[in-house]
Design a protein around this ligand. Structure first.
Ligand code: TYM
Length: 335
């Protein structure tokens, strides 16, 4: 019988998970854990590119573990772990860096964006972000990587690095993994500020969090950017309006979307009504997460158990990979 594809993905502990993280990634994690061997982790090594202080790093990591669980990840079905509990990742990262070239790393969009946003901190970790991400993925010899649209280029690089390793050592060792969304386009959830994607670092008010309280959600949605309204029938929607409709498409019923769409097309739409409805639908959607997050926050012992269990499982595989890679490269076997 053919082996089921191995699934792996991760999230940086930037604080709280938002609707973009959920619909772009975590929703698929929850589905895939039912049928596949899954590895989901918290990318705390990656977080160091922004120089967090130790206390913030710890509390953010804990928060993401809690939110993973609240969103439906089951430690009995999937392996949930911290990237830093698998130090073998750093060794594989070193090996991959020997075959990753400055030119290709400098061309990565996220690197260019970060370098523009934080010119005072363009560190080597930022440049080699894609090789660390490739190590995360191939160390578990994963096949499918459920991620949002913004990670597509990183996945392309992972494929390049995995292929390069195989070619260089004339082996068929690493599977070539692919970004995955059940054969659909990868998802990009827009934010509330009129342009671009929902993201934690895109500015105050742009992202709605799974653990956000209803009053705050209402306030944010009511402040979302709109315009003066359509002036012609069936006019194309400008980006800020399309973004609100895209959010509605994921949290509201198809009837609700159709209703506002019709109002837009015949120029009778009132954005205040649309936003009120959107806010209520987001609140309904996030309510169960909000409750579970608050429950789990009180259960430190459980959180620790989940992470210890995950680290142990994930590490066995990772150690095996690094041992084999060392042999392929030609090092003496030392563990
Ligand atoms: P991160 O932490 O920025 O985001 C985590 C996941 O959420 C998705 N996502 C979105 N999807 C749709 N719309 C949005 N607005 C949106 N915002 C975020 C991301 O695509 C991602 O799937 N580099 C990764 C973390 C990582 C990783 C890995 C992922 C490190 N190693 C190995 C997969 C495999 C990141 O920074 O994701």
């Amino acid at each position: 019988m053919e082996k089921k594809p191995i699934v792996l993905s991760g999230i940086r502990p930037t604080g709280n998970l938002h609707l973009g993280n959920y619909f772009g990634a975590v929703k698929n994690f929850v589905k895939m854990q039912e049928t596949n061997e899954c590895y989901f982790f918290i990318a705390d090594y990656h977080m160091l590119t922004t120089h967090p202080n130790p206390k913030d790093l710890q509390s953010n990591v804990r928060q993401v573990v809690i939110e993973y669980l609240a969103a439906g990840l089951d430690p009995e079905k999937a392996t949930l772990y911290l990237q830093s509990d698998i130090p073998e990742t750093a060794e594989l990262y070193l090996f991959l860096n020997m075959n990753a070239y400055l030119g290709e790393l400098e061309r990565v969009t996220t690197f260019k964006e970060k370098a523009r946003k934080q010119p005072e901190n363009i560190n080597a970790g930022l440049l080699t972000y894609p090789t660390l991400m490739a190590s995360d993925i191939i160390i578990q010899r994963a096949h499918l990587v459920p991620v949002g649209k913004d990670q597509e280029q990183h996945l392309e690089m992972t494929r390049t690095f995995a292929r390069r390793f195989n070619r260089m050592y004339k082996v068929d060792y690493f599977p070539i993994p692919k970004a995955y969304n059940f054969d659909q386009e990868l998802v990009k959830i827009p934010g509330l500020d009129g342009s671009g994607k929902m993201g934690k670092s895109e500015g105050e008010g742009n992202a709605v969090f799974l653990g956000e309280d209803p009053t705050s959600i209402r306030k944010k949605v009511m402040r979302a950017v709109t315009d003066n309204g359509p002036t012609e029938m069936n006019q194309e929607k400008p980006e800020p309006i399309q973004n609100l409709f895209s959010l509605m498409e994921v949290v509201s019923s198809p009837d609700t979307v159709a209703h506002f769409d019709e109002d837009y097309n015949n120029c009778s739409i009132r954005y205040g009504d649309l936003k009120k409805q959107l806010a209520e639908d987001i609140i309904n959607f996030t309510a169960p997460f909000y409750e579970k997050i608050n429950e789990l926050k009180k259960n430190d012992a459980y959180i620790k158990k989940v992470i210890d269990m995950g680290a142990e499982k994930a590490r066995v595989n990772a150690q095996k990979t690094v041992r084999e890679v060392r042999e392929i490269i030609g090092f003496r076997k030392i563990y």
